[in-house]
Design a binder for this molecule. Sequence first.
Ligand code: TXA
Ligand code: MG
Length: 338
Amino acid sequence: VWTVDISQKHIAQSAAIKEAALWIREGKTVAFPTETVYGLGANALSEVAVANIFMAKGRPSDNPLIVHIGDKKQLTNLVTKVPSHATQLMEAFWPGALTLILHSKEIVAKNVSAGLNTIAVRMPDHPVALALLQTSDVPVAAPSANLSGRPSPTNAAHVLADLSGAIDGIVDAGITGIGVESTVLDVTGTQPVLYRPGGVSREEIEAVVGKIDVDPSLKGQVVVPKSPGMKYTHYAPKAKVVLVDEASVLKCEVKAARARGERVGIFATRGEIDYEADVIIKGKSLAHVAQMLYASLRRFDEENVTVIYVETVPEIGIGLAIMNRLEKAAGGRMISKK
Ligand code: TXA
Ligand code: MG
């Protein structure tokens, strides 16, 4: 474990970053913070290193990884062409929580893209991630640094809880800012298609490139998702998660559950109402809810609650990503008044 203080001036000069970057170059697996969640990085040019990521996470080999770069110039080495709307998006949002799917030059190891002819690329907006990427000077494949099926890690303790012993190192720089993963956008066609809502909102993207398409799997239609990762049950805590629209309904449900002998957790995303339950976590704003979403799911598990009731949030801004993750965690369990 390397600990890096992000308030220091010359992060890239720190011994920690120099060593971690060397480990990446040499093909080791190193977890590191980004502005969204912690990633488990490895040299994307090495098939063996990338295979070790899949192994450590227990990740299905048909689920491709995002390639992280520390400089926009690296993109041209990785992809065959950059359409004009992709350039506009990079200029607007990189470094940042936007992953672009482009046609691959197939420079990176084959297992990075799981056999697809496209590649997912992003330049993260985090001083430690950027220092590590720039110093290692190789493209770095990095999925979220959790065991497959567990909530993504937003601090180093989460990474160690899931992957301790299975990875070579971790750069600890405290909690991540945004708290949910990057937005995944396919820019290979004439109109961009949203595969995964995330840190950069649909509204922000549309303000730059106009109307975008949304993958049908995100609209609740039963189709094979274009983004292979979206077909797996993600973000599932051990307790049953139930989404509820209305405070009055939530109160009734909680009462009934406690009468049945359940240990009840409530994630009060609107932060206003005083509920009664065994564990209550309150969010102050959409941004705050996003930031503590995964930590909250983990905490409910540690507290051994058997059922978690969650207030739904409006699907605007980061709310779209929050609801996407909550719906997955709930496996479709939703109670609404209507
Ligand atoms: O914020 C993030 O994106 C974090 C940090 C570490 O950067 N990473 C992350 O990676 O969330 P991961 O592996 O957990 O999610 C990557 C998503 C998956 O849903 C995967 O299927 C999709 O991106 N993906 C990767 N390459 C793709 C491709 N060529 N075509 C379509 N989807 C792709
Ligand atoms: Mg993930």
